[in-house]
Design a protein around this ligand. Structure first.
Ligand code: C2E
Ligand code: CA
Ligand code: CA
Ligand code: CA
Length: 278
């Protein structure tokens, strides 16, 4: 019974997947979605652990499809990567952020960090430098400082990663390694490249206080970061117990539902007083 139930559910899910992909051609839908204005950006505050002040925010893309509703970014980003659409999608992201920036700069203080996720495939696209320069020109001058979040994957698979990272730094943009500890983590890259931040994956943060194998790994990662003089950002902090544990171990920044969910610019404006440092 168990086996046939399993088979049935497998069959059902593959049928569903087939229907989904037939009905919705993801590539076409993404391009249409850009044209129809179905994407928007939400911003999640990043907190300086020692002071509790807002340090900056991470831009997270959102897609509300007219018939499918909210499609999670994990899915549409990987669709976009598979369909060679990551470059147009990221250009669109840049455009949306530049548009939001007009309001955003009245909400968050000057010098705030704005952190953006980049796909490894965009980093090596021939248009990358031009796309970034174009975007920087469209942003208000001297208000924000920028961070590019890049996964470990970008370092392992791209030959000219080093050249790219140097170029990014020369634009005055900092670099964070995203989802640290989840990819084919090669510690050697931490030595080779000078990264500004190490973002600790939510999975590690969730293991805090539990008797799991990941908890000592997190301890080791934080020790390593301290020895290498790197800033750390703990992601997905949901409880004050987690925050206390992280603070005791010298984590520099924290991000998570405990502080704030990702917010639209309008929502950020409403919470305006909370965000301004005293
Ligand atoms: P990420 O870069 O690791 O982003 C953090 C994810 O954790 C976000 O999910 C955020 O909403 C969620 N999160 C933040 N705090 C908490 C918490 O306390 N608890 C829980 N359970 N979740 C929390 P989201 O927005 O669904 O994004 C998923 C992934 O999609 C991102 O992971 C990132 O890899 C990708 N992504 C999102 N926006 C973009 C984008 O504009 N460009 C690119 N290339 N990738 C993006
Ligand atoms: Ca990220
Ligand atoms: Ca992450
Ligand atoms: Ca992630």
């Amino acid at each position: 019974i168990l086996v046939s139930a399993l088979l049935l559910s497998l069959l059902m899910s593959s049928v569903w997947f087939l229907v989904m992909t037939l009905r919705l051609q993801p590539g076409k839908e993404i391009l249409l979605g850009i044209k129809r204005g179905e994407f928007h950006v939400e911003y999640q505050p990043i907190i300086e652990a020692a002071s509790g002040r807002i340090y900056g925010m991470e831009a997270l893309m959102r897609w509300t499809h007219p018939t499918e509703g909210r499609i999670p970014p994990d899915s549409f980003i990987s669709f976009a990567e598979g369909q060679n659409l990551i470059v147009p999608l990221t250009r669109h992201l840049f455009k949306l952020i530049a548009r939001d920036a007009e309001k955003l700069r009245h909400v968050v203080p000057s010098g705030s960090k704005l952190s953006i996720n980049l796909s490894p495939t965009h980093l090596t696209a021939s248009s990358f430098c031009q796309d970034v320069r174009h975007w920087l020109d469209a942003m208000p001058t001297h208000h924000f400082k920028y961070i590019f979040e890049i996964t470990e994957r970008s370092m392992v698979s791209e030959d000219n990663a080093e050249e790219m990272f140097t170029w990014i730094h020369r634009q005055g943009i900092e670099i964070a390694i995203d989802d640290f500890g989840t990819g084919h983590s090669a510690l050697i890259y931490l030595e080779k490249f000078k990264f500004d931040y190490l973002k600790i994956d939510r999975g590690f943060v969730q293991s805090i206080g539990m008797e799991t194998v990941t908890s000592p790994v997190l301890d080791a990662v934080l020790n390593l970061a301290r020895k290498l003089n790197m800033n750390t950002v703990a992601e997905g902090v949901e409880t004050s117990d987690q925050a206390v544990w992280l603070l005791e171990r010298g984590v520099t920044y924290m991000q998570g539902y405990l502080f704030s969910k990702p917010c639209t610019v309008a929502q950020l404006s409403e919470n305006y007083q909370i965000l301004m440092p005293h």
